[in-house]
Design a protein around this ligand. Sequence first.
Ligand code: SAM
Length: 193
Amino acid sequence: MRLTIREFQAMNSAARRFLQRTVEFPLFQRMGLNDKHCDILEIGCGSGYGAVLLSTLSPRSYTGIDLMPEQIVLAQKRQLPNAKFMVRDATDLSCFPQETNDIAVIFGILHHIPQWREVIQECYRVLHPAGKLFVEEPDENLMAGVNRLFPGTHPQEAFFTLRILEEHLKVTGFVILERRRTFGMGFYSTRKP
Ligand SMILES: C[S@@+](CC[C@H](N)C(=O)[O-])C[C@H]1O[C@@H](n2cnc3c(N)ncnc32)[C@H](O)[C@@H]1O
């Protein structure tokens, strides 16, 4: 779902970038997001700050997709090397042939998508065997608070517990290599067999 203006502003604030730079990305790195020269796909890339952080891995290619054209315009302004940004719905990644990416990254977007399970399935399809998916999402309780702060962009179907998220990762075929919980957020490092 598209963000409201208020959530769009919060997601593109200095505070959000600080959190992503000092907590989320370093945690993913400690969980194994440190392979260099890979083909990386970021789902729900927003205005491209995740791409800035991921560019420190010198990817062979980086593709960021997001539903909101406004986000993609901001991301494209960053002019990162080997980076491409596209307006796409994460539930349909048919523009990517199967098994074409080494790494997929999700910085907290599934809770905006009623068909979030399809996004995980699409990530599985586009990853190479042994490809990695890194995903962070809020637990249901944290979501309730976030939804009070930013109502209207979190569909009821996407109020899942981390246990349900984890089950779906496994049902899809991902092997969970590591899981962490911080401030009500779940972080997963997973691999396609
Ligand atoms: C909470 S923001 C997170 C943005 C960025 N990943 C970050 O961590 O700052 C959620 C993002 O997901 C995008 N989004 C929502 N539904 C989507 C969908 N179906 N397909 C692709 N992107 C989607 C929104 O446009 C928004 O940019």
